[in-house]
Design a protein around this ligand. Structure first.
Ligand SMILES: [Zn+2]
Length: 427
């Protein structure tokens, strides 16, 4: 069945009629379409949907449990004790809650690092969202695997099972250099090469990490990864804040993709600001991610774009860097490219991953330039509809694929149940 979106504003502020068939934007302003299912685009803007390239979706159950702590305390006193109780069921309900928010935020796809990825896939496939899903590997036991070997087996089984899915791509996620020894990093890369997987890793997030890696190996993080043959075009490095110019050149040389997570970095007081101007200059593909909502605390990619733009400007004392158009591209087309999808543009032949924005709000008037509005004025609450892979998941602010109220209620109950196991009864 084809979908016809009539009389909608496009990102270049032209009125258009868009025809979607299968999962592709087939034609724009071509009168030859058959209008099977019509969406009224009046007073609406169509944008490419967001590609959120770094998150931990199931940690949505951890939103707001404890705040305003040092990362180390927060991990040791809250997150890790909670994760001792994490199982398939909690992962599923966390992914479900997070997935509902992704839809409401206009996000078509995520790159996710967590555990029990079968359950995350189940939730995403039910909701109709895309996921590049990497089981997290540690050198110590994880909630899912006693040993790294067990974790590798889980990754391989997942890679085989999900080889040919439309929405899900298997990935592998060695957590970081400080939590995986060299042997594990190399083994993870070998498995990635064998199965053609994207490798997700936290890289140079904090100054502490750089010192720790230097202390252990006498090298900075990127130098170490280069020396063990880890870097190539299938590596997606999250954060990438504390880097030297030489390290950025190395990332560019190996075509490593970077996921910038400005809100999480600011909230956890990572201290540095990702060196975006140098990444751009040397040709690193920069994408945008929210990180988990435990350190954000939402999946609002509009907010993420704005914070990205204004933190770069402020940090460099230069309002001309991180311009709205490039920031928008980072959050959409660049993300899609990094995750291996032809999406991120409202153009014929691109995947139909599209957001509809309700323009009828005071903060979106006057309507001059759609992209400037998207980066500096819009918020997730302006998302009126989402189409992913040619399927409408939400229209007129109503989620069509599941019963949202019921799922939210169940997910919240699960979150309180988990909280009770560690912190006591929720009052
Ligand atoms: Zn992360």
């Amino acid at each position: 069945m084809g979908i016809l979106i009539k009389g909608v504003f496009t990102p270049d502020r032209k009125k258009a009629t868009i025809y979607i068939e299968e999962n592709i934007i087939q034609s724009i302003n071509d009168e030859m379409y058959k209008d099977d299912f019509v969406i009224d685009g009046n007073r609406k803007l169509i944008l490419p949907a967001f590609y959120n390239t770094h998150t931990h979706l199931s940690m949505s159950l951890f939103r707001g449990i404890v705040e305003d702590m040092w990362l180390k305390d927060w991990l040791e006193k809250v997150v890790w004790p909670m994760e001792k109780h994490i199982n398939e069921e909690y992962v599923y309900w966390g992914a479900m809650l997070g997935g509902l928010e992704l839809i409401r935020s206009g996000i078509a796809a995520i790159a996710d690092m967590y555990f029990f990825m079968d359950k995350v896939s189940e939730a995403l496939e039910l909701l109709g969202l895309r996921g590049v899903l990497g089981t997290t590997i540690f050198e110590f036991p994880s909630p899912e695997a006693e040993t790294p070997e067990d974790a590798f087996k889980i990754v391989e089984n997942f890679a085989k099972k999900y080889k040919n899915r439309e929405l899900i791509k298997p990935s592998i996620a060695p957590h970081s250099i400080y939590s995986c020894n060299i042997e594990i990093l190399q083994q993870a890369k070998e498995i990635a090469d064998r199965y053609g997987l994207l490798v997700q890793i936290h890289l140079s997030e904090t100054k502490w990490e750089v010192y720790e890696v230097q202390k252990r190996y006498g090298k900075r993080p990127v130098e170490l990864l280069e020396s063990i043959g880890f870097l190539d075009k299938n590596v997606l490095a999250a954060h990438a804040v504390w880097l030297t110019k030489a390290e950025i050149r190395t990332l560019a040389k190996y075509d490593v993709k970077v996921s910038h997570n400005p809100v999480s970095n600011l909230k956890l007081a990572s201290g540095g600001v990702m060196p975006y101007p140098e990444m751009k200059e040397y040709g690193v593909l920069v994408t945008l991610g929210t990180d988990g909502v435990a350190s954000n605390n939402n999946f609002d990619m509009f907010e993420e774009m704005k914070v990205f733009a204004i933190s770069q400007k402020n940090h460099r004392w230069d309002p001309t860097i991180a311009k709205a158009k490039e920031v928008f591209k980072v959050a959409t087309e660049n993300g899609a490219k990094a995750l291996g999808f032809k999406a991120g543009r409202v153009e014929e032949g691109y995947l139909a991953d599209l957001v509809l924005i309700d323009l009828n709000s005071p903060h979106l008037k006057p309507f001059y330039d759609p992209i400037t509005l998207a980066v500096y004025s819009m918020r997730a609450g302006d998302v009126d509809g989402l189409i992913v892979n040619g399927k409408p998941l939400m229209l007129n602010r109503e989620i069509l694929v599941v019963n949202e109220d019921k799922l939210m209620e169940k997910a919240e109950r699960k979150a309180f149940e988990l909280y009770e196991k560690v912190m006591g009864v929720v009052k």
